[in-house]
Design a protein around this ligand. Sequence first.
Ligand code: SF4
Ligand code: SF4
Length: 141
Amino acid sequence: MNTIEQVKRRVVLTFPRFIGGQPIITELIREYELEVNIYRAQVTPNEKGYIAIDIIGEESQIEDGLEFIRSFEIDVNLTMNTLLWNKDKCTGCGNCVPHCPTGALYVKDNRSRPIDFHGDKCIECLCCIESCPFGACTSMF
Ligand code: SF4
Ligand code: SF4
């Protein structure tokens, strides 16, 4: 028996102007049979809004679901993190590393201690913002 592979996509949706009453997430679940985990959102009626989600399902259904979202003129970004790490501001002090639960911020080279950021591992918990004394970690919203 063939099983169709399930994949996970991290997606940041940017609403030019959030309008309540659009059952977008509900439709993704019901019509496209996708699993949706919302992990951050900022939505205020009539203002620019953001929803960061993980979508899990079959590749083709995810593509169809994202096309559905785009039909509302919502920007769909598959590579964006809502946690912004500014490499130029980072001094490599390492303070954030023990506070990052997933290793998204990690010591790349123990001798010179340059820190690097692995966006795919970031779960947007924002713990690094408070632990960074140099303002290298900020949030999009
Ligand atoms: S937001 Fe959380 S997971 Fe992402 S880099 Fe910061 S501490 Fe790590
Ligand atoms: S705490 Fe800030 S400055 Fe220090 S390594 Fe982490 S991101 Fe860079």
